[in-house]
Design a binder for this molecule. Structure first.
Ligand code: FES
Ligand SMILES: [Fe+2]
Length: 266
């Protein structure tokens, strides 16, 4: 972990607990998208957040009430400043009231950037600052470990998006080739999942219609799959979002069960 600490500066407006730095294999677009995406916090980062209620959000950032795993509420605000490639997260109310996290990004290649995060926490004894700073750095390391997977998978999905014809292909999958479920298959350069629900074969998109999260998790007994990025659930039978969002699955191929295998066609 790249954590940097320098002795307290008595002229600082805010007490500096140290800096966490890391390189991430993502573009600036994915990084901004991630910073503005308040909705993923209690789903992707469920060891840090258990609930969120957004009060306001826009291209400027967001303000939200969050709950941590100890049941404590905080009011957070994130403000994005694209000109400075920076966002500041402020703890407005709650156990860390007054704390500010300043994140700067430096683009080093089209899909690579350096992240520099400074932690400012009021009222910490100078002798305890390094310990507090290391705790913040550890927490942010975990958050970005979780985020980097989401950002790189979303980029992979965006890079392979195709607009070509959808209806010229068929695919036969012999039954002996189906070992673990769900089985990922490609048809017309699109990825689908084959699975069983209530004893019936089903086929559905491998990527979530919201922001392309992975839908390869387990099905519920009702035939629902939950996307890990923002927690939306979908019926793999009807394609509807069952958690209230307006998105739904796009077109899926027809599935015919034959004696020796499964046939997918448009
Ligand atoms: S990507 Fe947001 S719920 Fe799936
Ligand atoms: Fe995140």
């Amino acid at each position: 972990m790249r954590y940097l600490y320098s002795p307290p500066n008595k002229d600082s407006r805010l007490d500096h607990m140290g800096t966490y730095a890391r390189t991430l294999p993502v573009s600036l677009d994915r990084m901004y998208e991630n910073a503005l995406d308040w909705e993923h916090l209690p789903h992707l980062h469920d060891s840090s957040f258990t609930d969120i209620e957004c009060l306001d959000a826009g291209g400027w950032g967001w303000r939200a009430r969050v709950k941590d795993p100890r049941g404590r509420d905080s009011l957070l605000e994130l403000r994005l400043d694209r000109d400075c490639r920076r966002w500041i997260t402020r703890n407005i109310e709650g156990p860390s009231q007054g704390a500010e996290i300043w994140t700067h990004v430096f683009v080093t290649a089209p899909h690579q950037l350096d992240l520099v995060i400074d932690f400012f926490v009021p009222g910490v004894d100078p002798t305890a600052r390094e310990k507090v700073g290391r705790a913040y750095a550890g927490a942010y390391e975990r958050l970005y470990d979780e985020d980097v997977e989401m950002m790189t998978e979303r980029q992979r999905q965006l890079d392979k998006r195709v607009d070509g014809p959808r209806d010229q292909d068929t695919l036969f999958i012999p039954l002996p080739d189906i070992e673990d479920l769900p089985l990922r298959v490609n048809l017309s350069q699109r990825e689908f999942l084959l699975n069983q629900s209530g004893g019936q074969w089903v086929v559905y998109p491998a990527a979530c219609p919201h922001q392309m999260g992975p839908l390869d998790g387990e099905l519920s007994p009702e035939g629902e799959v939950r996307c890990p990025w923002h927690g939306y659930t979908f019926s793999v039978i009807t394609g509807e979002c069952t958690s209230g969002a307006s998105c739904r699955f796009g077109r899926v191929p027809n599935l015919a069960v034959q004696d020796d295998g499964l046939m997918l066609s448009w």
